[in-house]
Design a binder for this molecule. Structure first.
Ligand code: B12
Ligand code: SF4
Length: 492
């Protein structure tokens, strides 16, 4: 193959055509950060173009090299596009979580695969490619965190609402259902605070998502580091409204909470997973087990006192779950002070301990890969559990989602959030987050469920309630105040 004079690297973020997930709404279309790092590692004699299918469907464009990232649920789409380029004799390469966990499979569909972190392999791959000797497999492994380059943000030409910044990588906890420990390693690797602040200064959007898995890790000095970061944002005048992921220890230190809020934290995403010790044991969520399920409310209250909302990640369909347990988890969510909730079905993501255990027990029912990977977005029952068959789990979950993500239930939660956090903006954000989850969970069921909800989350089969009519007005007020206070915050 001869290379054109201006070498062109096409970076593609493929999106599953069967289940669009979060990208159903423009407010939850996130920039693919991994490709921004690949771009940063690419020498200047390459022209770069990003195609993010969250915003536009792929159409063929010429390139010398085509690079894909991809979640497992999007892998089949990557293969579809790769086939078009391979047919045209153009080299394709794939990296990211799926390529790292299902390397042998991915090697069937692209010319080269890069596993692990791009920092450890992309330069070598490109050099080989340029000399016409690209190999099939490159192993990036785990990088020295201080060698992570500044993300090239000029490639993000789409109207993303959030900037994404990563301050650390790795997690020692190795929960059964999660692939972070496998992908990012067992130790927390923290970037230097000054370096993060410099990067934050380059970001242009008022909203920010710190994509760390545990923003405040459990290493010595983690709280001090976080305070330094949050204070640094304030000192440098970096005005953002931000959210991130953290574990229960986020609430350990009031000073952390204080500065988090002061620097713009509105919401924290927490892996609560379940409200019983048995269910936590099922997935080896030892972090929560060691704290105890009876500590949850105290932790939530502490976070709320600082005006920060809680988005709880909850998992349904654990090994010990019976139908009654699913409804009990739903009732826990409704009665707890969790503000927003992601209620997913336990899914054996490739490479996880759960995947290997379920495969050994022959419990995986959606296993026609790669086509079935399209269902691995945590909204489908992929497992035949001892207490529940997949169809039973799905049918119960449809009912549960409907009872959680209908407008009335979401509004009741919103008013509780307002009461608990005394923050219009947090109340509005948590309401909006629940809407987004509703959109994701109802993607394939809203139309065919006769007693379901319409696209505006109101019941199809019930008269509009007085509660909704009254709260419509209050919602508008909240919307106006929260919008105004956000603008004020970002421009003061
Ligand atoms: C931020 C995040 C999100 C964001 C969106 C991120 C985005 N823009 O796509 C949101 C909140 C939307 C999200 C949603 C979901 N997520 Co998520 N998410 C993450 C998280 C925490 C960080 C990802 C990130 O940005 N990392 C920072 C960048 C720099 O790292 P990276 O992308 O991995 O890239 C590095 C390498 O992988 C590699 N690389 C990546 N691409 C490429 C390409 C090439 C060519 C090369 C050479 C290298 C390379 O080099 C990069 C630099 O080192 C990860 C956990 C994690 N630590 O990875 C989970 C994770 C990716 N999510 C996961 C899941 C399951 C989901 C959901 C399905 C869960 C759910 N139901 O909510 C949804 C799916 C949404 C959808 N499809 O609609 C899983 C994916 C597992 C899998 N096998 O697919 C992860 C790994 C967490 C887990 N539990 O295991 N997620
Ligand atoms: S779920 Fe959270 S705590 Fe558990 S391994 Fe994944 S990132 Fe770590």
């Amino acid at each position: 193959m001869t290379l054109s004079e201006n070498r062109k690297l096409l970076l593609i973020n493929p999106v599953n055509k069967k289940r669009k997930g979060f990208i159903n709404d423009p407010s939850t279309r996130f920039m693919p950060l991994g490709l921004g790092i690949v771009a940063a590692l690419t020498p200047p004699h390459w022209d770069l173009e990003l195609v993010d299918e969250s915003f536009e469907d792929f159409t063929f464009r010429p390139a010398d090299l085509v690079a894909f990232t991809g979640f497992t649920a999007n892998a089949a789409r990557a293969y579809e596009i790769a086939a078009i380029y391979r047919e045209a004799g153009i080299h394709t390469v794939m990296g990211g979580i799926h390529a790292s966990m299902c390397t042998d499979e991915v090697l069937h569909y692209v010319d080269s695969v890069v596993t692990g972190e791009a920092e450890g392999a992309w330069t070598a791959f490109l050099a080989d490619f340029e000399s016409g000797a690209a190999m099939r497999l490159y192993e990036g492994g785990i990088t020295d965190i201080h060698a992570v380059p500044r993300v090239r943000r000029d490639i993000y030409k789409y109207p993303y609402i959030y900037d994404l910044v990563q301050t650390s990588r790795g997690c020692p906890n190795g929960c059964d259902f999660c692939s972070v420990t496998q992908l990012c390693g067992k130790t927390y690797r923290e970037r230097r605070v000054e370096e993060i602040l410099d990067e934050l200064e380059e970001t242009t959007r008022p909203m920010l998502f710190f994509v760390d898995d545990n923003l405040i890790n459990n290493k010595k000095g983690a709280a001090e580091r976080a305070i330094l970061l949050f204070k640094g944002m304030i000192d440098r005048g970096i005005k953002k409204v931000w959210f991130s992921q953290a574990a229960l220890n986020f609430a350990d230190n009031d000073e952390v909470l204080y500065w988090a809020r002061k620097s713009g934290c509105n919401m924290i995403l927490m892996g609560i997973e379940a409200e019983t010790a048995q269910a936590l044991k099922d997935v080896r969520k030892n972090l929560n087990l060691s704290r105890g399920v009876d500590t949850y409310e105290k932790i939530f209250r502490k976070i709320h006192r600082h005006g920060i909302g809680i988005l709880g990640f909850m998992i349904f369909g654990m090994e010990s779950d019976k139908e009654a347990d699913l409804y009990a988890r739903r009732d826990f969510i409704l009665s707890s002070t969790i503000d927003s909730f992601q209620c997913t079905i336990l899914t054996p993501l490739p490479g996880t301990v759960l995947f290997h255990r379920m495969e050994a027990q022959n419990r995986i029912v959606l296993n026609n890969y790669p086509a079935d990977w399209q269902q691995y977005d945590n909204t489908r029952a992929t497992l035949n559990m001892p207490g529940m068959a997949p169809a039973e789990i799905e049918s119960a979950m449809h009912e549960i989602w409907l009872s959680l993500y209908n407008k009335e239930a979401m509004r009741r939660k919103m008013f509780r959030t307002l009461w608990n956090t005394r923050s219009f903006m947090t109340a509005y954000w948590s309401y909006a987050s629940n809407h987004n989850y509703g959109r994701m969970f109802f993607e394939n069921i809203s139309d065919n469920h006769p007693n379901g909800v319409k696209s505006n989350f109101e019941w199809k089969n019930r008269k509009r309630s007085l509660y909704l009519m009254i709260t419509d007005k209050v919602i508008w007020l909240i919307y106006l105040v929260s919008w105004k206070s956000m603008i004020k915050r970002l421009t003061r």
